[in-house]
Ligand binder design. Structure first.
Ligand code: GTP
Length: 248
């Protein structure tokens, strides 16, 4: 089956790495993800990944509990570096060349983020993992995903979650909740649907970058999104079909 996208940005939450453990990194879960990525990598996709850190430390939560927000966010950014190194290790075990680039300089651990170098890595067939968010407090890793996607000219953000799309209410609590197959950015903002935070959504809206929200835990789901199969929820402008023209 033909692929719909060539260069994609996959957003993986930190929680996606912890499996059912409730905290930290579950080796089997990371290995599953590496295999899923290997499957699409073999399709010749250029793949960049932004990884979260919530399985180790949640900046927003810590600030609610009294920690200074900026310090808490920096701790969260460091957590994403740990996850990036774990994912890099799992991918390389499966023979996938990867490069980790960190938005906060940690030269001994990872390359620093350099946009043009990241694009060269993608062109040379390496999976690029972006760590440390945007490098700034007060920005989420979803916003980092939107920013990096734009910077590298990705055609879509694939936001992997624990549920199979965006629902009108929490499907676990409300049996009447319905899943949206498509949504506009404005709907997401107006209805307060928890797809991504409003900064990330606004950035995508202003640059017409589509977002596909899908269940990362389902086998073959990354491939299905890339093949353009109708899974998950597509978030895009009111008047477009969702496939952003490559801007380079
Ligand atoms: P090309 O120049 O396209 O061949 O890319 P390359 O990444 O293979 O070359 P480079 O010599 O830049 O990197 C070789 C290895 O060192 C790669 O695994 C990089 O991720 C890593 N590397 C490059 N720069 C840094 C750095 O500043 N810090 C760390 N820790 N690793 C780095």
């Amino acid at each position: 089956m033909a692929r719909k996208f060539k260069r994609i940005l996959l957003k993986v939450s930190g929680e996606a790495l912890m499996g059912d453990k409730g905290y930290g990194i579950d080796a089997n879960t990371v290995d599953f993800m590496a295999k899923e990525i290997k499957d699409v990598f073999s399709m010749g996709i250029q793949l960049a990944i932004v990884i979260g850190g919530g399985n180790i430390f949640r900046g927003v939560q810590a600030s609610l509990e009294g920690m200074e927000r900026a310090s808490a966010d920096y701790m969260g950014m460091v957590a994403t570096v740990i996850n990036a190194l774990a994912l890099q290790n799992a991918l390389e075990k499966h023979g996938i060349p990867t490069r980790v680039q960190s938005a906060i300089e940690m030269k001994e651990l990872a390359e620093s983020y350099i946009r043009r170098k990241a694009i060269r890595h993608l062109e040379k067939g390496r999976v690029v993992i972006f760590a440390a968010g945007t490098g700034n407090p007060y920005f989420t890793t979803d916003t980092a995903a939107a920013l990096r996607a734009m910077e590298i000219g990705a055609e879509v953000i694939m936001k992997g979650t624990k549920v199979d799309g965006v629902y009108s209410a929490d499907p676990v609590k409300d049996p009447r909740a319905v899943k949206f197959s498509t949504l506009s950015y404005i709907d997401v903002l107006k209805k307060g649907l928890g797809v991504m935070d409003s900064t990330a959504i606004s950035l995508c809206m202003d640059n017409n970058l589509p977002i596909v929200v899908f269940n990362l835990r389902g086998k073959g789901n990354i491939r299905k999104v890339i093949e353009g199969k109708k899974i998950g929820t597509l978030v895009r402008g009111n008047n477009d079909s969702g496939a952003k023209k490559k801007n380079k």
